[in-house]
Design a protein around this ligand. Structure first.
Ligand code: OXD
Ligand code: MN
Length: 593
C-alpha cells in the first residue's frame, strides 16, 4: 500500500476510535452505491419520495428546522496567530479548538455508519484541481457530495498519486445548535464540522475546502479561490468570452450563470454557456491570462424564485435525479416553492400548508443537481487547462447610489472596487435579512485568512507580463423612488455583459468618471427593452454628492484591517476621493458686500 493510503487509513482508524461508528464504508461513487444509500435513506425517512412520473429520480430531504443555513458565528478559522485569520473571521487557537470539537466527536457515530468520501475539486485530470477526503456519518451528505464533486474511486486514485489531500471530518452530531461548530485549520489542511447537516456547513468540499482552505492554499501557491460563477458568452460571430462574477449568496449567481438571452439576442445568435455557478479557481497561465476552473461538479441552488421566467435552464435541470431540501410539496408529490405555478399541500416542515406559518418553502431551500443536467452546461467545464477569463464582475444588492455597471480604471482600482463591495444580507446565512454589510469580493463568509493579506494577494497579480481581465461592478438591484427595481435583470443582464465584453475587445464606448468608466445611455443595446429614459438616466447616474460619504465609509472599512491593509488600496481610494471632490459642484459663494 502507498504511504498516502497508509496515512489515510491511519486517519480513518483514528477517527473511528474517537467517534465509534458501527461500520465503516469507503465510497466508490458508483451508481450501485448511490442506489443502496438512497434506499437506506428512504427506509429511515431521511429522504422522501417525490412524484416519479413528473420528477424521476428526485427526492426530498427535510432538515431539522434549526438547521437550514450557514452559521457564520459558529464558523471558525483556527490559525496559530490570530492576526492571520483577521478580523473578518471568528478565531480560536488550534489546540483549544481541537480539544473543544474532539470532545463533541467523542462517541458521536455510535449506531451509525462512518462514510469515507474521497473527492476531487475540479476536473479529475486538471493540474488546477485539488483533492480531499471527507469522513461523515450522514448518507445525505454522501449523496450530495456525489453530485457536487468528482467523488469516489477516481478521486482516491488521484489522491494516491499526489500524496496530498485536505482532511474533512463531519458528523451531524445531535443537531443541537449549542453543540455546532464548523472549524478550519488551514495550516493543517484540516476541517472539522459537527452539529449540522446543511450544505454549506456539511458538504465540506464546497465552502470549507473550495473557498476557506483553498483561499489559503491559493495565496501560498499564487492563485485565487473565489466565490464566483463562470459563464461563457458567445456572440453571433462565434467568439466566446468567459466572465467570472462574484455576488454574495442568494444574489442571482445561478441565474446569471444560466442566463437565457433576450429574444432579439437569441435571434441574432447569442449563446450562453454555464461553467460554474458558485466557485471559481483562477491561475495565471503561461500566456499571462487568468485561467479558471469550476471546482464543483453540481449546483446547490436556492429554489425559491427559480421559475420558467427567471431561470428556465435551472428549472429544466431539476426535473430528474435531483435532491430537494426544505421545499414544499404539492398534492401530487411535486416539489414546490414560491414563484412556481400551482399550490403547495405541505410546507417545508411537512405540515399541511397554512399561509399563517410563513412561506411554504424555506427561503433558503435548495436543489442539488449534477451540472451536466443544465441545458446550458459547457463541456469546457471539464477542460483540464480551464477557460481564459476576459472580465471579472463584482456585484451586490444595492438599492441606491451604485450604477447599473461601471468599469475600473485598472487592476488596482478593480481590487478596491471588489474590496469595497457591499450588499444587503439574505437568507443564505442565519441572522437579519436586508441589512447592508461590506462583503469584499463576496468572500466575507469564505476567506480563510486576513482580508488585508487577501487584498494584497489580489494586488500581487498585477505584474510584468500579466494579461489581466478587466474588472467591473454591476448592480441589478437598484430601486426607484417607488421602491421598485429599475432594471429588469435576468436575461436582460446580457445587455450589460455585452457592454462589458465590448469594453474588453474595444467595441464599447463609455464616459470616464471619478468612479470609473460608465456607459452613456446610447452605449447599451436596449433594443426591444421597455425602459423609460428617466429610469435609464437614474441607473447610469454618478451621484457625486452621494459617492463622497460612500468613499469615506470605505476608508473606515479598510482601516478596520489595520496594518495588513495594503497602502496601495488606500492610495487608490484617495485618488477617487480627490477626483470626486474636484467634480463636486462648489457651494455658491456669497456675493461680496
Ligand atoms: C451557497 C452560499 O450555498 O453562498 O452557495 O451560501
Ligand atoms: Mn455561494
Amino acid at each position: 500500500m502507498s504511504s498516502t493510503l497508509e496515512a489515510l487509513n491511519r486517519w480513518v482508524d483514528d477517527v473511528a476510535r474517537l467517534t465509534r461508528p458501527d461500520t465503516i464504508h469507503w465510497c466508490d461513487g458508483s451508481d450501485a452505491e448511490n442506489r443502496m444509500l438512497t434506499d437506506r435513506m428512504l427506509e429511515r425517512g431521511d429522504l422522501l419520495p417525490l412524484n416519479p412520473q413528473t420528477h424521476p429520480g428526485c427526492h426530498l430531504h427535510r432538515s431539522h428546522p434549526s438547521d437550514v443555513a450557514r452559521v457564520e458565528h459558529l464558523t471558525l478559522v483556527c490559525t496559530r496567530e490570530r492576526e492571520d485569520a483577521g478580523p473578518n473571521n471568528h478565531w480560536m487557537a488550534p489546540d483549544e479548538a481541537h480539544a473543544k470539537i474532539d470532545a463533541l466527536f467523542d462517541g458521536c457515530m455510535q449506531g451509525r455508519t462512518l462514510y469515507v468520501v474521497p473527492y476531487c475539486m475540479g476536473p479529475i485530470d486538471s493540474p488546477l484541481s485539488r483533492c480531499g477526503v471527507e469522513i461523515t456519518d450522514s448518507p445525505y451528505v454522501v449523496a450530495n457530495m456525489r453530485l457536487m464533486t468528482r467523488m469516489g474511486a477516481a478521486a482516491l486514485a488521484r489522491i494516491e498519486r499526489e500524496g496530498r489531500f485536505v482532511k474533512g471530518l463531519h458528523s451531524t452530531g445531535d443537531l443541537d445548535p449549542e453543540r455546532r461548530f464548523i472549524m478550519h485549520f488551514p495550516e493543517e489542511l484540516t476541517i472539522k464540522s459537527i452539529g449540522s447537516g446543511y450544505g454549506g456547513n456539511a458538504l465540506l468540499g464546497k465552502k470549507c475546502h473550495a473557498l476557506r482552505i483553498a483561499s489559503w492554499q491559493a495565496r501560498e501557491e499564487g492563485w485565487l479561490a473565489e466565490h464566483m460563477l463562470i459563464v461563457g458568452i458567445e456572440n453571433p460571430q462565434g467568439e466566446r468570452h468567459y466572465v467570472a462574477a462574484a455576488f454574495p449568496s442568494a444574489c442571482g449567481k445561478t441565474n446569471l450563470a444560466m442566463l437565457i438571452p433576450p429574444e432579439g439576442y437569441r435571434r441574432d445568435g447569442w449563446k450562453v454557456w454555464t461553467i460554474g455557478d458558485d466557485i471559481c479557481w483562477m491561475t495565471p497561465g503561461a500566456d499571462g491570462r487568468l485561467w479558471a476552473i469550476n471546482p464543483e461538479a453540481g449546483f446547490f441552488g436556492v429554489a425559491p424564485g427559480t421559475s420558467k421566467s427567471t431561470n428556465p435552464n435551472a428549472l429544466a435541470s431539476i426535473q430528474r435525479d435531483t435532491i430537494f431540501t426544505n421545499v414544499a410539496v404539492t398534492a401530487d408529490g411535486q416539489p414546490w416553492w414560491e414563484g412556481l405555478p400551482g399550490q403547495p399541500a405541505t410546507d417545508w416542515q411537512g405540515r399541511p400548508y397554512d399561509p399563517a406559518n410563513g412561506p411554504a418553502a424555506h427561503p433558503n431551500s435548495r436543489f442539488t443537481v449534477s451540472a451536466r443536467q443544465a441545458p446550458s452546461w459547457s463541456p469546457e467545464a471539464e477542460a483540464a487547462q480551464g477557460v481564459p477569463i476576459s472580465a471579472i464582475v463584482f456585484g451586490g444588492r444595492r438599492p441606491s447610489l451604485i450604477p447599473l455597471v461601471f468599469e475600473a480604471h485598472d487592476w488596482a482600482h478593480g481590487v478596491l472596487i471588489g474590496a469595497a463591495m457591499g450588499s444587503e444580507t439574505t437568507a443564505a446565512a442565519t441572522g437579519a435579512v436586508g441589512v447592508l454589510r461590506r462583503d469584499s469580493m463576496a468572500m466575507k463568509p469564505f476567506c480563510g485568512y486576513n482580508y488585508g493579506d487577501y487584498f494584497a494577494h489580489w494586488l500581487s497579480f498585477d505584474r510584468p507580463g500579466a494579461q489581466l481581465p478587466k474588472i467591473f461592478h454591476v448592480n441589478w438591484f437598484r430601486k426607484g423612488a417607488d421602491g421598485r427595481f429599475l432594471w429588469p435583470g435576468y436575461g436582460d443582464n446580457l445587455r450589460v455583459l455585452e457592454w462589458i465584453l465590448g469594453r474588453c475587445t474595444g467595441r464599447s464606448e463609455a464616459s470616464d468618471t471619478p468612479i470609473g468608466y460608465v456607459p452613456r445611455p446610447g452605449d447599451l443595446n436596449l433594443e426591444g427593452l421597455d425602459l423609460s429614459r428617466s429610469a435609464l438616466a437614474e441607473l447610469l447616474e454618478v451621484d457625486v454628492a452621494g459617492w463622497l460619504p460612500e468613499i469615506e465609509a470605505i476608508g473606515e472599512y479598510l482601516a478596520s484591517f489595520g496594518a495588513r491593509t495594503p497602502p496601495r488600496l488606500e492610495a487608490e481610494r484617495r485618488r477617487i476621493l480627490e477626483a470626486l471632490a474636484a467634480a463636486a459642484p462648489r457651494p455658491a459663494r456669497a456675493a461680496a458686500g
